[in-house]
Ligand binder design. Structure first.
Ligand SMILES: [Fe+2]
Length: 314
């Protein structure tokens, strides 16, 4: 289990790391206790984590009652998490931690690569394979029709065929299908493949913004901070192909009122898409009435390791 802590090295004879003489000694003593960690990366991470955690408590002079609130908050994040909801990711998102980690790990080679964005808590694996050009609307869904053309190219601007593309977005009622009994299973979710030209097409409805779930501890925090829980409208896109770094991103709708106040800090400049409104002319499909929208967006995949993320929900 790659993401679990390796526990294969048993602690043997401790020489002891001392008793605590006063508050100033606590941190050193903890660091010493952890200094034998054989896994160098675990040692480095925990050393830094403890140093910053202790420094944080010192800086704010954390009261015992506040400590109790914090532990209770942490425990409730766990309890609020289930197969259909991931409160832990929502918390990381709401404090900008997901975006920070995402940006630290993507875009280091700068220019041509498409900016990555946080995965969010709503990706489901095994979305239905959708023929090129088909609709991902699987039950009656409000909102104007949207026709998406996506191009997937390498940093040399060559098309990449046979990329596995996952698409998911919320319904304009503000809920993902797994949150909403009125939507069909896998509504507004699909998996497509790029053709030889590196292009994929699908039909959906124009996404609308939505509030993140606020009935758990993260909602309490947002209310306590006078923060609105809304995300600007976006499409989630994941591009996966062996030998390319998996691209996880979102394409935002520019005229959304929350474009500059995303509760989870996902909006980067490059990820604002050109969603074009059409009021006249021949609609792309006979059942479409104006207005409809089109989106044309180019994603750049870098050579690298292809890795599908762990689904945050089932
Ligand atoms: Fe989303």
């Amino acid at each position: 289990m790659g993401h679990r802590i390796d526990q294969t090295s048993p602690a043997s004879q401790y020489s002891g790391y001392g008793v605590i003489e006063d508050v100033d000694r606590v941190t050193d003593l903890v660091l010493r206790a952890m200094s034998r960690t054989p896994n160098a990366r675990l040692r480095e991470i925990m050393k830094s984590f403890v140093r910053h955690l202790h420094a944080f408590a010192r800086e704010v002079q954390l009261a015992e009652a506040e400590y109790d609130v914090a532990i209770d908050f942490l425990n409730r994040i766990g309890k609020a998490t289930n197969d259909a909801h991931n409160e832990g990711i929502l918390f990381a998102d709401a404090v900008g931690f997901s975006t920070l980690v995402c940006l630290l790990n993507n875009g280091a080679h700068s220019a041509p690569q498409t900016a990555a964005a946080l995965l969010g808590p709503f990706w489901r694996d095994n979305a239905p394979l959708t023929p090129d050009g088909a609709s991902i609307v699987r039950s009656p869904t409000p909102g104007p029709a949207l026709f998406v053309t996506g191009h997937i190219r390498d940093p040399q601007d060559r098309p990449i065929p046979a990329v596995d593309v996952d698409i998911w977005h919320s319904s304009p009622v503000g809920l993902y299908e797994n949150q909403d009994p009125n939507q069909a299973e896998m509504n507004l979710r699909g998996r497509l493949h790029t053709g030889e030209d590196g292009v994929f097409h699908f039909r959906s409805v124009k996404p609308a913004g939505y509030p993140v779930p606020t009935n758990g501890p993260v909602g309490e925090l947002l209310r306590g901070q006078f923060r609105e829980p809304y995300r600007p409208a976006h499409l989630h896109v994941m591009g996966y192909k062996p030998s390319y770094k998996t691209l996880i991103t979102q394409v935002f709708v520019p005229d959304d009122p929350f474009i500059e106040k995303d509760v989870v800090f996902g909006v980067t400049r490059k990820l604002i898409g050109d969603y074009r409104r059409h009021d006249d002319g021949e609609p792309p499909s006979p059942d479409v009435t104006p207005p409809w929208y089109t989106l044309d967006y180019t994603f750049v995949l870098e050579p690298g390791e292809a890795k599908r993320p762990v689904p945050p929900i089932k």
